[in-house]
Design a protein around this ligand. Structure first.
Ligand code: ASP
Length: 309
């Protein structure tokens, strides 16, 4: 049996200890450790990494503190449009959705696209019709209304800026969520879910639902979930690039992550980070921003929680 391991993130950006209260910090840490516990419960029973990823992300999507599911940021039109993707490292199957509204857990819809449709990527109304057909849980607009998020939108509109959840100057916000896991069968999986960027317009979609940019998993190399300024992560094809450096250049997970996040992305001007796991159970939690909400847990080891640099 392979030892299991799991890692999650809750977004990266300008996260400073000076703008955090002990109560808020404790609430965010609880959100992260609850999500690890939800994923670990699956892995402990010998369950699949894919299910661990889905459960950990559902827990973060249900928590209004995070920019995914319930806590999603607002678009320019005051709506919540969510993106998510999931990938199975064992057979390279994948599922993704973009611009979905009123879906309680977009990560489960992404998984349904992978397992119950002949497609990989569904968007907008079509993705929502598919969710309806499968009777996936829906919630009314009110469920997604978080007052602080609405304030973020107002602020972003004042300056006509499109902001990363945690870079809008408001205190203690956290963002996009993701998970990578390896199960006792040695299979890797990765998933990512987000409300995107505050004040986004014109159906903007970031890296989160794009397989290879925001999410990637391959048993031959690694599992990756990204967070940060999506436009740059798309252009740098971040998640797949890490995998390629391992596959074609024989680099270690740590070397590959460092090159992509600390060098290539920085040169492009892309702020953010990623969580990564390889088949040996090595975990990397790498970012070039002030902070990244992150947690990891290996079988029989204690929980690691981090926020700042
Ligand atoms: N990457 C996400 C996006 O661009 C945002 C984030 O990670 O906070 O939509």
């Amino acid at each position: 049996m392979n030892p299991y391991a799991i890692a999650i993130h809750g977004g990266a950006g300008t996260i400073l200890q000076s703008s955090m209260t002990p109560e808020k910090e404790a609430a965010y840490k609880k959100g992260l450790s609850d999500a690890i516990a939800a994923g670990e419960a699956v892995l402990k029973k010998g369950g699949r990494s894919l299910s661990a990823v889905e459960e950990a992300i559902r827990s973060l999507e249900d928590n209004p503190l995070f920019n995914a599911g319930r806590g999603s940021v607002f678009t320019n039109k005051g709506k919540n449009e969510m993106d998510a993707s999931i990938m199975n490292g064992r057979d390279l199957t994948a599922g993704a959705v973009a611009g979905v509204r009123n879906i309680k857990n977009p990560i489960s819809l992404a998984r349904a696209v992978m397992e119950k449709s002949e497609h990989v990527f569904l968007s907008g109304d079509g993705a929502m019709q598919f969710a309806e057909k499968l009777k996936l849980e829906r919630e009314p607009d009110d469920y997604f209304f978080v007052a602080e998020r609405f304030e973020q939108l107002k602020k972003a509109k004042e300056t006509d800026s499109i902001t990363l959840d945690h870079n809008d100057g408001s205190k203690g916000k956290i963002g996009t969520v993701g998970c990578v896991a390896i199960d006792v069968h040695g299979n890797l999986a990765a998933g990512t879910s987000t409300g995107g960027m505050t004040n986004k317009k014109f159906g903007r979609v970031g890296d989160t639902p794009m397989i290879g940019s925001g999410t990637y998993a391959n048993n031959a190399t690694c599992a990756i979930s990204c967070t940060g300024h999506g436009e740059f992560f798309i252009r740098a094809v971040v998640a797949h690039d890490v995998s390629c450096l391992m596959e074609y250049k024989g680099l270690s997970l740590s070397e590959a992550c460092k090159i992509v996040v600390q060098d290539k992305l920085v040169k492009l001007g892309g702020e953010g980070g990623l969580i990564a796991l390889d088949t040996k159970g090595n975990i990397e939690l790498v970012f070039n921003s002030e902070g990244m909400y992150r947690a990891s847990k290996r079988q029989d080891e204690s929980l690691y929680l981090g926020i700042y640099k």
